[in-house]
Write a protein that binds this ligand. Structure first.
Ligand code: NAD
Length: 337
């Protein structure tokens, strides 16, 4: 049993803790939180709770939430930490992980250089094999990496162009926006292009990112130039062998991200999560050596199974096929949708 600590129990951390708990070969020794809020109160029903500092652990006791100590009290007793703290905090935590000689996974908000390599299971599982510090790429990059790697393996990808229509913030956040504006990123390519290249060796990647007032999902329009010509028939079955990519259909009533999220709730996914990348069947188009499609990314959850697989790669527990199969079975991925 691999002993895991989840440091930072927000949008990503709480989902990763649940996903790790579902696996047979790893367990959550405890989670680390800064504040004794309603999330901590709920977490304490399932997990041992630690505070980020000794001073803060007292606040948990004062609030009537059982606290096992500070982060230093858990790091001695774990094999690996999943750091899901806000961007930039992971970098500050690095010295602590080095001091306690514990492996660590960082999230996409951290700089790529912080870790020895970046990770996406379908794209570069083996690059993290036995490594001590790995970064799971962001929700947008994970969405691109999954589908582009599937195209690359089958047809060879030479150039990727993608427009990322990004959600403004997550549903539990009432501080960030925009709430009534469309906000383009004025940097070309947006940071997602270089980020995709940290996990996939595609010669050219160009991305544009635009934030819009929604909290549900991101939507990407993707265009890929391939080595070989691709027929429409070849294109139609390209994603079928990948459990973490699902086809959705406008004809079946899935006209927008609202219906995709509704589907996830209907099939009983906890928190209404969709770990899979949803590709609109009608948008899949091939002509000569150009492929196009439109996909939707559930930003709160697509990186969660990737964190579980990154643990297996770093701990040298299983190869990509076996790890993703194990993770997906435990989490119900690729089942009913
Ligand atoms: P979040 O704000 O929802 O959660 C972070 C949690 O860490 C909060 O509970 C916060 O109180 C806590 N925290 C703050 N400082 C801490 C410290 N020093 N020690 C322990 N805990 C601390 O953030 P998130 O959305 O879960 O993002 C976490 C990371 O995952 C970021 O790198 C982000 O870029 C990345 N990510 C986010 C999303 C998303 O859409 N939310 C998707 C993919 C990747």
């Amino acid at each position: 049993m691999i002993k895991v600590c989840v440091n930072g129990y927000g949008t990503i951390g709480r989902r990763v803790a649940d996903a790790v708990r579902m696996q047979k070969d790893m367990s959550v020794v405890g989670i680390v939180k800064t504040k004794p809020d309603y999330v901590a109160e709920d977490a304490a029903r399932t997990f041992k709770v630690f505070a980020d500092t000794k001073e803060n652990s007292k606040k948990f006791e004062d609030a009537g939430i059982e606290c096992e100590g500070s982060i230093e009290d858990i790091l001695d007793n774990v094999d690996i930490v999943v750091d899901a703290t806000p961007e930039g905090v992971g970098e500050k935590n690095m010295n602590l992980y080095r001091k306690f000689k514990v492996k660590a996974i960082f999230q996409g908000g951290e700089k790529a250089e912080l870790a020895q390599t970046s990770f996406n299971a379908y794209s570069n599982f083996t690059d993290s094999w036995g490594k001590d510090y790995v970064r799971v790429v962001s929700c947008n990059t994970t969405g691109l990496a999954r589908t582009v790697s599937a195209i690359d393996k089958r047809f060879g990808a030479l150039r990727v162009e993608a427009t990322l229509i990004r959600r403004a913030t997550d549903p539990n956040d009432s501080k960030k926006g925009p709430i009534n504006a469309v906000e383009p990123s004025l940097k070309f390519p947006s940071h997602h292009g270089p980020d995709l290249k940290t996990v996939l060796k595609i010669p050219e990647v160009d991305t544009v990112a635009i934030k819009v007032p929604t909290t549900l999902m991101h939507v990407h329009t993707v265009s890929i130039k391939t080595e070989k010509d691709v027929s429409s028939e070849d294109m139609l079955d390209v994603f079928k062998n990948y459990r973490r990519i699902v086809e959705v259909s406008g004809k079946a009533g899935v006209a927008s991200t609202a219906q995709i999220m509704d589907m996830a709730r209907e099939i009983g996914r906890k928190r209404g999560d969709l770990f899979e990348i949803a590709v609109w069947k009608e948008s899949m188009y091939a002509s000569g050596n150009t492929i196009r499609y439109i996909q939707a990314v559930h930003q709160e959850s697509d990186v969660v199974p990737e964190n579980v697989d990154a643990i297996r790669s770093m701990m040298q527990l299983a190869d990509m096929e076996k790890s993703t199969e194990e993770t997906d079975r435990a989490m119900g991925i690729g089942g009913r949708i």
